[in-house]
Design a protein around this ligand. Structure first.
Ligand SMILES: Nc1ncnc2c1ncn2[C@@H]1O[C@H](COP(=O)(O)OP(=O)(O)O)[C@@H](O)[C@H]1O
Ligand SMILES: O=C(OP(=O)(O)O)[C@H](O)COP(=O)(O)O
Length: 485
């Protein structure tokens, strides 16, 4: 990540800040510099209380870029977003305690009930390990799919072997979510063990955020950890309702990391900051584009949405995907980018097809040369080069949505080229954030997932965060205890 260019040490001066200024560990990662403010100094003792070391290069780089200029009002605003973390809980808080952990273990299963991608299970492990290593009894809850009532194919049973393997202990599985049998299993749990409850969506009360159901879930435990980032945009009983009955209610490590990147790194980016937005329709990305236009220096657009932008500029698009009712919006977005000084780049050439199929005939044409009856399904080689050149100077890049119909091999080149370019930039110390959904699938297909700074585990949740929305599952958690500096 940033270590190549980061200073290895940072000096901290005695505090000289206003007495009302407070900072927390995650607020430090969310600070927005302002131009008109006075400087701030941090005491190293405060930093160690926040869990940072003065030689942590990523932290040093972030602080170095932030302490230059921000005012205490800005700091207080950010502090209010910071949530108490599972990392704040020690063995004194956890030993022998029953902890209700809501994770998002909504993994894909094939017809034989075999997990085809265990990313979300692996992502939940650090929080669970922290809890069991500190002697807690973990009551683990998740949904799987969108069942209507009890549906055997949506049981969490197939997850037990992989979860046990990753945790290094045998996970016990309950056949229900609440009730006497579950209570018996909870009562028999030894310290440092894990009980996996059945799919919480087998109860319709979950999605209704029924308070009585939330109370029953809460009655199983002493405290609550939400690590289900992928479901944090849902106000359900196990993500939101339960927090009203369990204190403390804190954020898990995964949830925190997602917020650090999708809110922190995006609101206070190393610049130049570029966003790449693709996907099928402009209508599903309006909020993201509008929000990112406030923050980025460069905006690259690809995917099916570009044809609405072309048509809005009077360019023929053949039978490409167009949202006729969004032509004015496309024009407005172009004008907005110009007014804000954002460099908005649309592809200059496209790969077109004579039908929407993997075996379609295809050719490369300039964006203005799409014949009738043909449709654009990928960005072309000139556009890839232009996009790569634009990305070359960046320090932070966020990507949401494929550049073309990457599910068809013939039209996957643009998306895969972007994935490779981001991997290359990541290796050079650029912060690269992949914002969920199909772009994650593309990055994994190319085999470069491990080198990215952050790959979001939530499609819908990451989109809402990038739109600037607050997530109910996060809002409901306890505020972090401010640390005076
Ligand atoms: N030119 C195009 N024409 C039609 N569909 C496209 C085009 N480019 C990309 N897509 C489709 O967009 C879909 C992803 O869109 P979307 O759901 O908005 O993105 P994400 O899942 O990353 O949020 C993919 O299934 C892809 O095939
Ligand atoms: O897979 C999920 O979301 P995502 O498809 O937006 O990444 C989450 O588990 C949330 O599932 P939901 O959209 O059924 O609430």
């Amino acid at each position: 990540m940033a270590s190549a260019t980061a200073p290895t040490t940072l000096s901290f001066l005695p505090t000289t800040t206003s007495s009302s200024t407070t900072l927390t560990r995650s607020s430090l990662l969310h600070l927005s510099p302002t131009s008109s403010s006075s400087s701030i100094s941090l005491r190293s003792s405060s930093l160690s209380r926040l869990g940072f070391s003065a030689v942590d290069p990523l932290f040093a780089l972030r602080v170095a870029s932030k302490v230059r200029s921000f005012n205490s009002k800005a700091v207080r605003g950010v502090v209010s977003m910071a949530k108490k973390s599972v990392g704040d809980l020690t063995s004194a808080d956890l030993k022998g305690k029953k902890v209700f952990v809501r994770a998002d273990l909504n993994v894909p299963l094939n017809d034989s009930q075999v997990i085809t991608d265990d990313t979300r299970i692996r992502a939940a492990v650090p929080t669970i390990k922290h809890l069991i290593q500190n002697g807690a009894k973990v009551i683990l809850s998740s949904h799987l799919g969108r069942p209507k009532g009890v549906t055997p194919k949506f049981s969490l049973a197939p997850l037990v072997p992989r979860l046990s393997e990753l945790l290094g202990i045998q996970v016990v599985k309950a056949d229900d979510v609440i009730g006497p049998e579950v209570e018996k299993l909870v009562a028999s749990l030894p310290d440092g063990s894990v009980l996996l409850l059945e799919n919480v969506r087998f109860y319709k009360e979950e999605e209704k955020n029924d308070p009585e159901f939330a109370k029953k879930l809460a009655s199983l435990a002493d405290l609550y950890v939400n690590d289900a980032f992928g479901t944090a945009h849902r106000a359900h009983a196990s993500t939101e309702g339960v927090t009203k009955f369990l204190k403390p209610s804190v954020a898990g490590f995964l949830l925190q990391k997602e917020l650090d990147y999708l809110v922190g790194a995006v609101s206070s980016p190393k610049r130049p900051f570029a966003a790449i937005v693709g996907g099928s329709k402009v209508s599903s990305k309006i909020g993201v584009i509008e929000s990112l236009l406030e923050k980025v220096d460069i905006l690259l657009l690809g995917g099916g949405m570009i044809f609405t932008f072309y048509k809005a500029q009077g360019i023929s698009v053949g039978s490409s995907l167009v949202e006729e009712d969004k032509l004015d919006l496309a024009t407005t977005l172009i004008a907005k980018a110009k007014a804000k000084g954002v460099s908005l780049l649309l592809p200059t050439d496209v790969v077109i097809a004579d039908k929407f199929a993997p075996d379609a005939n295809s050719k490369i044409v300039p964006a203005s040369g799409i014949p009738d009856g043909w449709m654009g399904l990928d960005i072309g080689p000139d556009s890839i080069k232009t996009f790569n050149d634009a990305l070359e100077t960046t320090k932070t890049v966020i990507w949401n949505g494929p550049m073309g119909v990457f599910e068809f091999e013939k039209f996957a080149v643009g998306t895969e080229s972007i994935a490779k370019k981001l991997a290359d930039l990541s290796g050079k110390g650029v912060t690269t954030i992949i914002g969920g959904g199909d772009s994650v699938a593309a990055v994994e297909k190319v085999g470069v997932a491990s080198v990215m700074s952050h790959i979001s585990t939530g499609g819908g949740a990451s989109l809402e965060l990038l739109e600037g929305k607050e997530l109910p599952g996060v809002l409901a958690l306890d505020e972090a205890t401010p640390v005076a500096v």
